[in-house]
Design a protein around this ligand. Structure first.
Ligand code: ATP
Length: 220
């Protein structure tokens, strides 16, 4: 497959396991590593290869051929010392290869970025923000943060917008947000939006804008 990536995934707790399963679904080639044999055995159906070992052991890590992977993901969570050492060793061994590590706190994110990680994922915080936004309003079905200020919200089409066109509502000029797509019954119904697009009842829209403008526009 043309866009297939080779990924080294270290740490097969709940988080790492979900990452492996999704990568498998997306048809990427994954080598999974954990020091716990049982965790490695459980992941075998979803990965191309797997190794049992301690990723803080330099020799073991070198034996994995880090340079052969496009991306290395450190999914170790609780043991921060291991996670930091692993990210650092991966960067040393992999050179330009991208290293992504998992952080549980701000200070961890900072240290990981200083010591080998090119990027961090911060599952607790990211999902906490999503949960707060998603469930504090009846109208929001999904939310994707884009940097600090912008986001895409999936929002119920307001009653007074139903049956009107995007042009009539003059959404961009009046509200400073863009409508990217329309969904009905959870499926994308329209992904090319023009001024003539008419907003159907019982549907949601994907809306791009600053958090402030979206909140103001939809009173959320
Ligand atoms: P999760 O929150 O994802 O469920 P967890 O709490 O079960 O994770 P963590 O301590 O976060 O466990 O570690 C995740 C996985 O990383 C575990 O399966 C653990 O065996 C593995 N792991 C931790 N340190 C190392 C290491 N140095 N080398 C290899 N694997 C490691």
């Amino acid at each position: 497959m043309k866009y297939m990536k080779t990924i080294l995934l270290i740490g097969l707790g709940r988080f790492g396991r979900h990452v492996a399963m999704k990568l498998h679904e997306l048809n990427h080639q994954v080598m999974a590593v954990d020091q716990d044999e049982e965790k490695v055995n459980r992941i075998l159906p979803y990965v191309t290869s797997a190794q049992i070992g301690d990723s803080t052991n330099e020799e073991f890590l070198a034996s994995l051929g880090v340079r052969n992977f496009d991306v290395c993901i450190v999914a170790i969570g609780d043991n921060f010392q291991s996670s930091l050492e692993t990210a650092s060793l991966l960067k040393e061994a992999g050179g330009e290869k991208k290293v992504v590590a998992r952080a549980a706190r701000d200070i961890q994110a900072k240290f990981l970025l200083r010591n080998g990680a090119d990027e961090v994922v911060y599952p607790e915080r990211q999902i906490a923000v999503w949960t707060a936004i998603r469930y504090s309003s009846d109208n929001i079905s999904d939310y994707i943060a884009l940097g600090d200020d912008h986001a895409i919200f999936e929002i119920q089409v307001p009653d007074n917008w139903v049956g009107k066109t995007i042009g009539q509502l003059d959404v961009r000029k009046r509200h400073h947000v863009s409508i990217l797509a329309i969904k009905q019954n959870g499926h994308f119904a329209m992904t090319v939006i023009t001024p003539e697009t008419c907003l159907p009842a019982n549907s949601t829209m994907l809306v791009l804008g600053t958090n402030q403008n979206v909140q103001k526009c939809f009173h959320i």
